[in-house]
Design a protein around this ligand. Structure first.
Ligand code: C2E
Ligand code: CA
Ligand code: CA
Length: 511
């Protein structure tokens, strides 16, 4: 449609909307997958941490059992109990050494026998566990010491760090897993650390044992979410791309549809943007107003007032011209019917009708409804049919025009002289008026040969006993010439331009 010529801005807006409608669902889907991957990783680290806790508790149960069995021996001479200490080491799979304590002094060891070492209670996390870098025999292999005490008596059993790091390695696999006891912590490679525990960037989970004073931290290194997504979600990515393309195409299609001429006209019709303008038609002799032609205007919200020749062809093509004409007739009746009682002689109301409106008998009903609004006999409804688009004489159209005439509706051939209507045609449809096209009126005052065509048309209509309306009268010279040649009705800027209903009603009262 000429009035919706696509500017560069509109085109780029359309491309942006298409891209957004394709990209947004993809980005949304991607974000959902990212969150899903994070949740899956968090669940995985939680399960890993829970499993590690379970394993460490089992190992500590075994180690604690050794200490519990040795506790009653505390205070006895080391030589007497040394065998019992060693027996626990041999019998228990995870126990590396055992010790007896009296009054906070470690005095007997399964490794060295008689022994003296002061024990600080604060060394032990929660009083029962201490993670050490190593012991005197294996200074580079971490040990976890379990302590039990009762009065002056005390017993220690140590859990081999090798077993601990083994558990961290086996359960952790792709997860980073760390065992923490008080301020010290152990990694899967068996390394003992005492600096602050590092934060794990992805899906960090920290769980504490409910039975022993240790905790486990599990998590993943930087970038694990992306790695997980790229290994687990390729089919979903393909699906996302597919949906993106589909949604982008839908976006493109919807925009195309909503900017299509018929969609735009439908919208305008619903928004009542098509309004009637009125141009007076005057008597050739007296120049008094004899009637008006109703001309459609589109009050476009952005483009302003749009001329009918810019949109009528699209309205005809989309079939919307019929409801648009109906709306125009309703508005015309609403505006002029209240004045109809004051019309002295029948006022001519010319309505432009297209051939598509004549395909069935609906037009008869439309005219009946229209006329029903006015005081009886106060108006002459004249349907203007352009000669450029002649109506085929079929059974239906002949019946239609018969019924229209029976209703008192008159027929005018618009733009007469530009088409090829024959005499037979004019008779068949019982035509009442010929509207001489303004291109012929414009010839007045030019060379005699051209003017001859105009004279012939006037003569012809006089012979056929048809009323003549001359369109496009702009000058006094044209008006005088036409009147002198017996043209009954004149229409043109000389007498009045098409105007809105309110202005027309005001002007009408002066005429
Ligand atoms: P038309 O039926 O031949 O209407 C006369 C056209 O000439 C109108 O243009 C009018 O404004 C213009 N006109 C009137 N006096 C003068 C004048 O002295 N000088 C010049 N240069 N022009 C003059 P408009 O309103 O732009 O309408 C253009 C055409 O659009 C109409 O030609 C008609 O074919 C069509 N049209 C208008 N309203 C309707 C409608 O409601 N239904 C249908 N189907 N077609 C319509
Ligand atoms: Ca017309
Ligand atoms: Ca015309």
């Amino acid at each position: 449609m000429p009035l919706t010529v696509k500017t560069r801005r509109q085109r780029s807006r359309r491309i942006i909307v298409t891209l957004l409608s394709g990209l947004l669902p993809m980005l949304l889907g991607f974000a959902i997958l990212y969150l899903q991957a994070e949740r899956a990783l968090e669940q995985s680290t939680r399960l890993t941490a829970e499993e590690a806790i379970r394993q460490f508790e089992l190992m500590l149960d075994n180690t604690a059992q050794a200490a519990r069995e040795l506790l009653p021996l505390a205070g006895k001479s080391c030589i007497d109990v040394n065998l019992a200490l060693r027996e626990q080491v041999t019998r228990r799979p995870f126990v590396r050494s055992t010790n007896l304590v009296w009054d906070d002094t470690n005095y007997c060891s399964s490794l060295f026998g008689d022994f003296r070492e002061k024990i600080e209670a604060g060394d032990y996390s929660n009083g029962t566990l201490q993670l050490m870098k190593g012991n005197l025999v294996t200074p580079d292999s971490a040990v976890l010491v379990y302590r039990i005490g009762e009065g002056q008596k005390g017993a220690l059993s140590t859990l081999d760090g090798y077993h601990l790091s083994n558990v961290l390695r086996m359960i952790g696999r792709s997860t980073i897993l760390m065992l923490q006891v008080g301020p010290h912590w152990l990694t899967a490679d068996g390394q003992f650390h005492q600096d602050p525990l590092p934060a794990l960037p992805v899906a960090q989970t920290r769980l504490g044992s409910s039975r022993y004073a240790f905790s486990v931290t599990a998590g993943f290194p930087e970038g694990e979410t992306w790695r997980y997504m790229s290994s687990e979600y390729p089919p979903l990515f393909s699906l996302l791309i597919f949906f993106g393309v589909v949604s982008g195409s839908i976006g493109h299609f919807v925009q195309k549809r909503s900017s299509s001429p018929s969609h735009e006209l439908q919208r305008a019709l619903e928004a009542a943007e098509f309004v009637p303008y009125f141009q007076p038609v005057v008597h050739g002799d007296s120049k008094k107003w004899s009637g008006t032609e109703v001309l459609m205007r589109w009050k476009h919200p952005k483009e302003g007032l749009v001329r009918p020749d810019l949109f009528i062809p699209f309205a005809e093509h989309s079939g919307l011209i019929v409801p648009m004409t109906r709306s125009l007739m309703q508005q015309t009746a609403a505006l002029l019917a209240p004045l109809s009682t004051s019309f002295e002689s029948p006022f001519h109301l010319g309505i432009n009708i297209t051939a598509s409106h004549c395909k069935n008998l609906e037009l008869v009903e439309d005219c009946r409804t229209f006329l029903g609004n006015f005081a009886p006999g106060s108006i002459h409804l004249v349907l203007e049919l352009t000669e450029r688009e002649l109506i085929e004489p079929t059974a239906i159209t002949l019946q239609l025009f018969e019924q229209l005439h029976a209703l008192g509706v008159m027929i005018a051939i618009d733009d007469f002289g530009t088409g090829h209507s024959s005499l037979g045609y004019l008779r068949q449809f019982n035509v009442d008026f010929l509207k001489i096209d303004q291109s012929f009126v414009a010839l007045i005052g030019t060379d005699a040969l051209s003017r001859h065509i105009l004279d012939t048309i006037i003569e012809l209509s006089a012979k056929l006993d048809l009323g003549i309306v001359a369109e496009g009268v702009e000058t006094e010279e044209q008006s005088d010439y036409l009147t002198a040649h017996g043209v009954n009705f004149l229409q043109g800027y000389l007498f009045g331009r098409p105007m809105p209903g309110e202005d027309f009603i005001k002007a009408l009262s002066h005429h």
